[in-house]
Design a binder for this molecule. Structure first.
Ligand SMILES: NC(=O)c1ccc[n+]([C@@H]2O[C@H](COP(=O)([O-])OP(=O)(O)OC[C@H]3O[C@@H](n4cnc5c(N)ncnc54)[C@H](OP(=O)(O)O)[C@@H]3O)[C@@H](O)[C@H]2O)c1
Length: 266
């Protein structure tokens, strides 16, 4: 049995030359770093987000809200048209509803918003793009989840539950599509300095009256990071690139953390 190959050998420049990559939420934070990592290694990359950004060349960005069925369907069709097919799908777009009152304050709409953004976006895009991967007998899907899938935070239970559901979904999908040469894994970021974390710090400073530096230090201390710093988006991008490459040819159905040691193992 031959193994379908995706990339040129480890260390070669242009490792992802000719590989077609779609990154959701690819305009900021982790997604932007993932897109830059693939593009820097020769991949053809399309990114999607709701808000257009000026820096991206034409044909490299699709405006779409992946939290809706229509948005996900339109994105899958447009990315396929632009790239000719998608070999690597990085389901990175995600966000959390802040619920200071806890789970009892979460209305149905809060639950559905976080489930649509973090779980159903990936389910719908995978469903739309997997037939092409199956026809080619190769493909890689990455689901970006969160440490909250194992250890829910205090004000974001719908988000944590959606990420946990994505983890189980990812494992089951890997079981189903492995026979077609398609690998499916989750990447689990710890605290990573992105615009999402900046928004969280802004909220903490507004609520507590702390200055920004103190709020940042307290957040890092509260998370408890053995490497003593938050991650950089590039730290996560490197893991995504590894998992998408043929160096990870035997890895599927797994969860891989990029967390500086902060996330408990059980
Ligand atoms: N940063 C962390 O510490 C951390 C920790 C654990 C897990 N994560 C996960 O990592 C992923 C990326 O997080 P991040 O911190 O990089 O987030 P971020 O800085 O807020 O960036 C999110 C990206 O996703 C896009 N996006 C959000 N909602 C979208 C939607 N409905 N449709 C299309 N695009 C959408 C945003 O663009 P628009 O707003 O223009 O749409 C942006 O490009 C998320 O899944 C998050 O849950 C992050």
């Amino acid at each position: 049995m031959t193994t379908p190959t995706m990339t040129s050998p480890s260390g070669a420049s242009g490792e992802f030359a000719g590989v077609r990559v779609l990154v959701t939420g690819g305009t900021k934070g982790i997604g932007a770093a993932v897109a830059a990592r693939f593009a820097g290694a020769g991949a053809d990359v399309v990114v999607a987000a709701r808000t257009p950004v000026d820096e991206l060349p034409a044909g490299r960005f699709v405006a779409a809200d992946v939290a809706t069925a229509e948005g996900a369907a339109a994105l899958a069709a447009e990315a396929t048209r632009l790239l000719g097919g998608v070999d690597v799908l990085v389901n990175n777009a995600g966000s959390q509803t802040y619920l200071p009152g806890g789970a009892l304050d979460a209305a149905d709409d809060d639950w559905y918003r976080d489930l649509d953004t973090n779980l159903m976006s990936a389910v719908r895009l995978d469903r739309a793009l997997l037939p092409g991967m199956i026809a080619r007998d190769r493909g890689v899907i990455i689901h970006v989840t969160s440490g909250q899938a194992r250890l829910p935070g205090p004000a974001s239970l719908p988000y944590a539950a959606a990420k946990a559901a994505t983890t189980v979904y990812s494992k089951g999908l890997a079981n189903e599509v492995g026979k077609h040469g398609i690998r499916v894994n989750t990447v689990v970021p710890g605290l990573i300095e992105t615009p999402a974390v900046t928004r969280r710090l802004d909220r903490i400073t507004a609520d507590s009256g702390l200055d920004a530096a103190t709020a940042r230090r307290q957040l890092i201390d509260r998370v408890g990071i053995p490497l003593c710093r938050p991650g950089l988006p590039a730290d996560v991008a490197e893991l995504v690139a590894f998992l998408a490459s043929d160096r990870a040819a035997f890895l599927t159905g797994g969860q891989y953390v990029a967390d500086g040691g902060s996330i408990p193992t059980v």
